[in-house]
Structures are given as C-alpha cells and as structure tokens.
Unconditional design. Structure first.
Lengths: 112, 112
C-alpha cells in the first residue's frame, strides 16, 4: 500500500533562518506531488506541484522554493523565513489523471 | 483562473442528514473532489466526481452537475465524529490537469 511521510511534525524557527521540509512517498511510482499551506481556520493554498523529477510548477511567488531530486521525494525550502511563513504545511500525492489526493500528516511551522 | 464557493459553516443534529454545496468557476474542468479535515489533522480524501450524477460511499454521497458548475456532499446518519471541515476541490483542465485547487472549506458542527 502507499504511504506518505512528512517531517518534522512541528517546527519553531526564528525569522531569517532557513527552512527545509521533506516529504517522501512509498508504494507508488511517478506520483504527482504537491505542497500546500494552510493558515489557521482557512483553506489550503497550493504552493507548488510537480509531475516529475526536476519539474516544479510554482503557484505563489514568494521566498519559498521546492525541489524534486528523486521520483518520490519532494522538498520545500526557504533561505530566509518571514513571519508570514508561519502555518500548517501539507505535502500530498496523487496518481496522475485521477482526482484523489493523499496527504501527509503535515508540519506546523511557527516563525518567531 | 479558478474559484470555488462553499458555505463557511453548517450546523446539524446527530442522526440527521446534511448537504454541503460547492459551486465552481474554472476555465476548464476535469472533476470535483471532497475532503474531510478534523481539527489539527490533515485532509483525507472522501470522493471524486468526474461525471454528472450521484456517487455513494457508505453514509457519504457526492453529486455533480457539470452544466450547473455545482456539486454537493451529502452526509447521512450524522455522527459526532463527522464534526470537521469539508473541502471541495477541482482539477482544472486548461491550466494544468495536475493542478488541484481547494475551496475555503465548510466547518460542520454536529449537535447531540
């Protein structure tokens, strides 16, 4: 069966520090991969999605970036965090051509 | 661009039936999905409609009318554990088949 791992679960970082969140998927090949951010009590904002290794589509121009160095690995990064980067970050995968997405447990990021 | 509208809050009684509506505007359309998210948790996939009509999965059903750009999630025999936020999401045909956009969510509260 397929599983998605996302870590860490919580993270407290000072303003201006770097960020690296990692997500890996097991049990499937060539998944579409996604990063979302969710503010408290709000909907999911699509940040990046990827249909293959090295292929990244960015939805929101900001100080975040994403990379997909391997087929089932998706990384969200920042060189310098802002206060506004605080939120609940969710990684998800889907089988290309289908309408179902499966989410990791999420990372709750607080930038202080 | 894409936009989805769903009510922000719905309240219902345990054992009753509730319907959560979603209207969407997209330049193209592949299908409508529904997700459930409990407080503090990650979204979980409930259903996907690509064609008009009703899809039933246990106590949950989802309906789609492509001509009306409208869908709904129907929850029957409500249980206290159904208290959660529910999101509709669309796959957009023309921007990218891999891009999935979420509505802002409907918070469902169940009263005994």
């Amino acid at each position: 069966s397929q599983t998605i791992h996302q870590w860490p679960a919580t993270l407290v970082q000072p303003v201006g520090s770097p960020l690296s969140l990692e997500c890996t998927v097991e049990g499937t090949s060539n998944p579409n991969l996604y990063w979302y951010r969710q503010a408290a009590g709000r909907g999911l904002q699509l940040l990046f999605y990827s249909v293959g290794i090295g292929q990244i589509s960015s939805e929101v121009p900001q100080n975040l970036s994403a990379s997909r160095p391997q087929d089932r690995q998706f990384i969200l990064s920042s060189k310098k965090l802002l206060l506004s980067d605080s939120g609940f970050y969710l990684c998800a995968w889907s089988v290309p051509g289908t309408g179902s997405q499966y989410f990791g447990a999420g990372t709750r990021l607080s930038v202080l | 661009g894409q936009s989805l509208e769903q009510p922000s809050e719905v309240t219902a009684v345990e054992g009753a039936i509730v319907q959560i509506n979603c209207t969407y505007q997209t330049s193209g359309f592949y299908g409508l999905s529904w997700y459930q998210q409990h407080d503090g948790g990650a979204p979980t996939f409930l259903s996907y409609n690509a064609l008009d009509g009703l899809e039933e999965t246990g106590r949950f059903s989802s309906f789609l009318s492509r001509s009306d750009s409208y869908g709904y999630l129907l929850l029957q025999e409500l249980q206290m554990k159904d208290s959660a936020s529910y999101f509709c999401a669309v796959r957009d045909r023309y921007s990218s088949a891999s891009k999935i956009i979420f509505g802002s969510g409907t918070r469902l509260s169940i009263r005994p």
